[in-house]
Write a protein that binds this ligand. Sequence first.
Ligand code: C2O
Ligand code: CU
Length: 472
Amino acid sequence: LGTGAAATLLLAGCSSPRDPISTAGTLDFANPLSVPPLAPSTVASDGTKVFKLTAEAGSSRFLPGGPTPTWGYNGAFLGPTLRARRGETVRVAIQNALEEPTTVHWHGMHLPAIYDGGPHQVIAPGDEFAPEWTLDQPAATLWYHPHVHKQTEEQMTRGLAGMFIVDDDGQDLGLPIEYGVDDIPLILQDRAFEDDLAFKMTSDAQTGLLGDTMLINGTVNPHLAVTTETVRFRLLNAATARVFNFGFSDNREFTVIGSDGGLLPAPVGVERLLLSPGERAEIVVRFRPGEQPVLKSFPQELGMSEAFNNEAGGNDILDLLQFRAAAKLSAAPGLPPVLATLEPPALKTSVATRSFILKGMYINGKLMDMSRIDAAVGAGTTEIWNVSNTDSQPHNFHVHGVQFRILEINGAEPGPEFSGWKDTVFLPVRASARIALTFGRYADPATAYMYHCHFIRHADHGMMGQFTVIET
Ligand code: C2O
Ligand code: CU
């Protein structure tokens, strides 16, 4: 048996599905990490960069016993990495070759609501949809995934997700940027398998299904050959319910250079980094010749009851990816001391303050209603949103069409690694966040953007609301 299965066997020996999972020491990291291909593009006569994505069914081999039915874009599982530069106009011709409706949402992207790919922009089986927009935001690690109301958890679990990298001329800065060599996407997911090796689709856990098998870019039990002294990793928590507390087997310090929506003002050294579902971070890791450290997820001290911690995976210890550094590594420069200039949030001109209380599957006591608009905000205006989790389970809060700044978490300034551009903020039990949002320029009173919990089963069960951006 391969080692993903070993982790499954280990779990099967436990007395309850809520016992902590540990894959530590059970993996031999035999499989080379797969890196999603960069999506090819063509240039239309008007200069538009055109990508093609087809959502389709297939099968993938994760466990030695046989294949697992999966979905992907332009392939059987996950999708290619789209990459384009700020200022470029892109068009993505999306084909739905599935037997059910889907959508493609551009998570973290600033684009018109009609192209946002939320639950209203459904693509019927056999149909095509071709959103087109001009990239107008800093260099960032964004992603795309389906967003069909009540079916997002299912479609994401089957495998629909991919990365979208935005480059920005002013922001290359000598950072590692050679895709697949020293600039590596890491799409983190967890899965559980049925006896017939199909993905397990349901569980009783309130937060959603936690798998005992980790997939990194769709690879079980992976290693990565390192050939350069420093490597940039674009971490994407694409799990539906799992929070990762990233760190290394030797507890080395690594450097966070970017958050959800762009580079931080300056590099931040950390030993641990907590990312909830939907969040991203760019980190730079320095390697020594010949070493083989392991990227792990460590137990999380979230100040919650043991019962919660077990149910939400807070006590799990996960081996994720082994690095195999070559005997000779190509030299890499140190990081620049300044990465980006972030305007302070325009608090003085903030035009409104709103509160969002997250409890049960409700936001402000309401379940998602596709025909109800919960808020209308002014294009280009700044608002302060107070978001509180008054529940006994963790949630997070993601807002479409905008990048925001976290002003406070539980009344205190966030750590510097969370003080840059964010589109998703983690809210452990009883946590609250104060965020400042400056909405974009795409006014459209008829088409809503979403805000929701990104523990995606919660969004499916109603923990989502809608807002429009209107002319001021
Ligand atoms: Cu990543 Cu509304 O989602
Ligand atoms: Cu939630």
